[in-house]
Design a protein around this ligand. Structure first.
Ligand SMILES: CC(C)(COP(=O)(O)OP(=O)(O)OC[C@H]1O[C@@H](n2cnc3c(N)ncnc32)[C@H](O)[C@@H]1OP(=O)(O)O)[C@@H](O)C(=O)NCCC(=O)NCCS
Length: 182
């Protein structure tokens, strides 16, 4: 921290505190609200808002599959986001992330991603973590980049995703480095 004549400048921005845990069925509404907010804002491949009944059906199946969902909670004990690991093939997982809109751009997403990946890697030992991000989604790109994900060339033979790829409008990333976050 330093000061000049007019104001005090705090150079050491404190990292927010984030706790992560595996999602349970009771978090269905929270996840539903995050997904639909992300669809509305155009960050998702899905264009139509999800109906709650369909979401519940989907979540029930997800929770008993190899895919895992982590919930992020802030220092005020408020659940604000999720990180999902979807198994695509042979222990290769596609990672996705979302916050409730009130919690965008507060430094929470990057930390939630790091903590979820640390837990997930420790327990489930994935072979590879990949993600697909819309090129205009700079905030999400930065979040993954900070966590050691770098752009790779799209190669159908080596990499897989749950969605149809559109290499013109999406970046294809893979986690190559661990513990990048500073
Ligand atoms: C993507 C998302 C999870 C990121 O979480 P977040 O808490 O908002 O992000 P953070 O505050 O941790 O910021 C991540 C980085 O983006 C930067 N950033 C924040 N807001 C930004 C903005 N409006 N424009 C550009 N960069 C921005 C931050 O400075 C930070 O970079 P830095 O660490 O180099 O400073 C969240 O914004 C979100 O839910 N977005 C909508 C859904 C979505 O896009 N999901 C991802 C689909 S792949």
């Amino acid at each position: 921290m330093y000061s000049n004549k007019n104001f005090i400048v705090n150079k050491t921005r404190q990292k927010p505190v984030v706790y992560v845990r595996l999602a349970k069925f009771k978090e269905a509404k929270l996840l539903y609200n995050i997904y639909n907010a992300s669809i509305k804002a155009g960050y998702s491949n899905t264009k139509k808002l999800i109906l709650y009944d369909k979401h519940v059906e989907w979540l029930k199946k997800k929770l008993i599959s190899n895919s895992k969902i982590y919930i992020g909670k802030n220092s005020n004990k408020k659940d604000f986001g999720y990180v999902r690991f979807d198994e695509i093939k042979n222990n290769v997982f596609e990672v996705s992330i979302g916050n409730l809109p009130n919690f965008y751009s507060k430094g929470l997403g990057s930390i939630m991603l790091k903590k979820s990946i640390d837990k997930f890697r420790k327990i489930y030992k994935p072979r590879k973590l990949i993600c697909v991000i819309k090129k205009f989604n700079i905030r999400s790109y930065k979040c993954f980049y900070k966590n050691g994900f770098i752009k790779i060339k799209f190669d159908k033979k080596q990499h897989y995703t749950l969605n149809k790829l559109n290499s013109k409008s999406e970046y294809y990333l893979e986690q190559k480095f661990l513990d990048n976050l500073n």
